[in-house]
Design a protein around this ligand. Sequence first.
Ligand code: CTP
Length: 393
Amino acid sequence: MLAKKTIVLGITGSIAAYKAANIASELTQAGARVEVVMTESATRFITPLTLRSLTGRPVVTDMFEPATEYSLEHVALAEAANVVVIAPATANTIAKLAAGIADDMLTCTVLATNAPVILAPAMHASMLQNPVTQDNLAKLKARGFTIVEPGYGHLASGKAGWGRLADIETIIGTIKQVLGRKDDLSGKRIVVTAGGTQEPIDPVRHIGNRSSGKMGYAVAEAARDRGATVTLISAPTSLPEPVGTVVVQVQTASQMKEAVAKAAARADVLIMAAAVADYQPKDTAKNKIKKETPDLTLELVRTPDILAEVKGDFIRVGFAAESENLVANAKQKLQKKQLDLIIANDITSTGSGFGADTNQVTLIDRKGKVESLPLLTKREVADRILDKVVKLF
Ligand code: CTP
């Protein structure tokens, strides 16, 4: 995704400028060619040498200094960019961009580029809240700039407020999303479910399962990175919500069914990676069950089968978690649930299944074609699944 992409990283004069070093480092490690452009004031906060060392590329600070292959002709940098990211972006630079002012290398580059531009503002809360800044941001958004909203937290003034540079993961997630816009799932709406549903017994207890949600989240992120519009319907997990996706948090199978029905109505693809409980307590106790009786019997009833029951015209992808007769059981599920593709995994094999970062799966399509993949990271598995989905369109 980031490999071989040219990313112009603009750094402006905010105390958060030091965080740009991490962004530059992560993007470079992911294989991107990172061209750093710093404003004069940014160089007061962090040295060009730091960025040059991290990116292995010359850093542009002065339009008139013929030190780099780009500085004589600023348009060349604008043309080479696959994306321009300004992080941190100060109120001053945002105002200049909104007004079309081009008085340094960074603002010239933005004015001259056809590449998408991402701004990650960082400034004191009062400057951010000033209507002028808000108007400028709205204007740039309307022109197609992507704004990575600043967060709430400790500011350089010592006070807490809005204006803190967004997390590095959020900024990098946004870069991936923007770069993916033209990829093979561009324009497609994909609904992904993830995590294990929880069926409440009483206000403190539930029946759950060991799903970590990692597989579904990896599918959601991969689809996002390939340009899809992603709705992630998630049962409780401990994972951060993927940037650039619409996340619907649910708890029970019934809630997931409702959320899936709503989202799938407009979907091109439904990928059910969630581990949905098959049974739920017949009644949920209103109050905490006390241990008054020596034994407790719970009556369980079936939950709805979301995948089998959801209506609509879209590509249906299911998972089959099996501990025996992998292919035969998965084929049966594919038939029974009228799926286009099923991903079978043997939950007993090492390195696969619940909680792991890797997975070893077998893909079976509706024509009965069986493809066993080697042990891969969940992200790699996600991309292999999406390769198949692309072919199904
Ligand atoms: N699934 C679903 N609704 C359910 C149970 C499962 O939509 N109530 C989906 C899962 O998300 C998965 C597929 O159906 O994509 C198969 O799930 P799995 O648990 O392997 O199979 P089950 O149909 O539950 O059958 P069994 O538990 O008997 O193996």
